[in-house]
Design a protein around this ligand. Sequence first.
Ligand code: AMP
Ligand code: MG
Length: 286
Amino acid sequence: MKYSFMIEPGHTVKLKDYDPDFNAGLKKEEAAAKLEKLGEELSELQYLMYAAADTSLLIVLQGRDTSGKDGTIRHLTSHMNAQSCRVASFKQPTPEEIGHDFLWRIHKETPIKGSITIFNRSHYEDVLVVKVHKLAPDKIIERRYDHINNFEESLIDAGTCIIKFNLHISKDEQKARLLDREKESVKSWKLSVADWKERELWDQYTEAYEKALEKCSTKEAPWYVIPANHKWFRDLAITEVVVERLRPYRDRWQEDLKKRGVIALKELQTYRDSLKAGGKSTSEEA
Ligand code: AMP
Ligand code: MG
């Protein structure tokens, strides 16, 4: 069962075609049971990826304010070993960052082989917020879609698996979540006037998202629209995609680890044989 919507390359995107309330007819408890299984598989796949160390995983999270990027990160990392996963958050660029090309700060944060990096916002901000607020000339922004596709292609060539998620919430759900932050004292720190101001630009953001998804959904690095009004369903949909994208690597990783295991055992045997031949034996001998 598919819980998300993969954007086919070249497909015209209209976000209104995707229901943010979609839950595949699942009840919360059913989803929790499925999620637990997928979570276990994700842990196993991450372990294999870490050990085989020939592939890296880049997860890109994009979505409007309150769409659940932080919650998604909490969920995903709960199934991951902290040793081989990290989060990179992209805020308004610093003067040093803005003095470089827009991919400069991004490239530095990409994952090393064997590890996972989750981008909390990303290079896509440079065709989203930058486009909506006209922070760069149109001509420059127009060229960025190709730059992004080429950049991602070069990461893929270097062994990176790229998964891009758009957390899709409705305008009503955003309002409810923003108001919720006002009511709950532990959530108020998240409040920002900017969130309400950005909300006024809802339609402009919709257009910018549609264009980014349309131009930058490629065969190797497709975009996935995630119905995100229900947090429990969002977590299930995202985990399903991550597991499905990593599964095809499993056999290769296991084969590779088996071969390395055989070599390591052989080396150990040779060492022990040499000790014996020299008349030295240790009490630790197996
Ligand atoms: P938050 O994710 O709520 O901490 O907010 C980070 C803010 O930084 C958001 O409003 C983003 O739109 C903004 N931001 C991220 N990247 C860029 C960028 N390249 N140019 C301008 N603003 C950005
Ligand atoms: Mg914010």
